[in-house]
Design a protein around this ligand. Structure first.
Ligand SMILES: [Zn+2]
Length: 123
């Protein structure tokens, strides 16, 4: 059950997706080679940081795409793991979330996406 206007949510998701597309951090990975060991260390550190930003963006993009698909089939707001309704406040804060807070906790702790989804809609 969706408490928010579907179109509003869709726009939110698309806007965020656009934001992410505009921000391409890959350019930051291109660096000049330097011989100073301290500079090399600093470079490596910054590179790791950039890579984690890229990973994060990529995960968010994937989540947004999934959320858009779920919106289209009227399953938006339903946890893709347990099938419970996702708290509307949580959806407001993170419109692209596809997991309820309990399943998200589990995911964050184990680092494993609950896949294959335990929740299957009876066809
Ligand atoms: Zn859940």
């Amino acid at each position: 059950m969706l408490h928010q206007n579907k179109e509003v949510v869709r726009q939110q998701l698309l806007t965020k997706l656009e934001d992410l597309s505009r921000r391409d951090s890959r350019d930051e990975l291109i660096r000049e080679r330097c011989n100073d060991p301290m500079d090399q260390m600093q470079n490596r550190f910054e590179m790791d940081l950039t890579i984690s930003v890229i990973n994060n963006d990529w995960e968010t993009r994937k989540a947004i795409e999934t959320a858009l698909k779920l919106l289209a089939i009227d399953e938006y707001g339903i946890c893709q793991d347990c099938g419970a309704e996702i708290n509307p406040k949580r959806l407001e804060a993170i419109p692209w979330t596809t997991l309820c807070v309990y399943c998200q906790d589990e995911y964050d702790c184990t680092g494993v996406a609950a896949s294959p989804p335990k929740y299957r809609r009876a066809a």
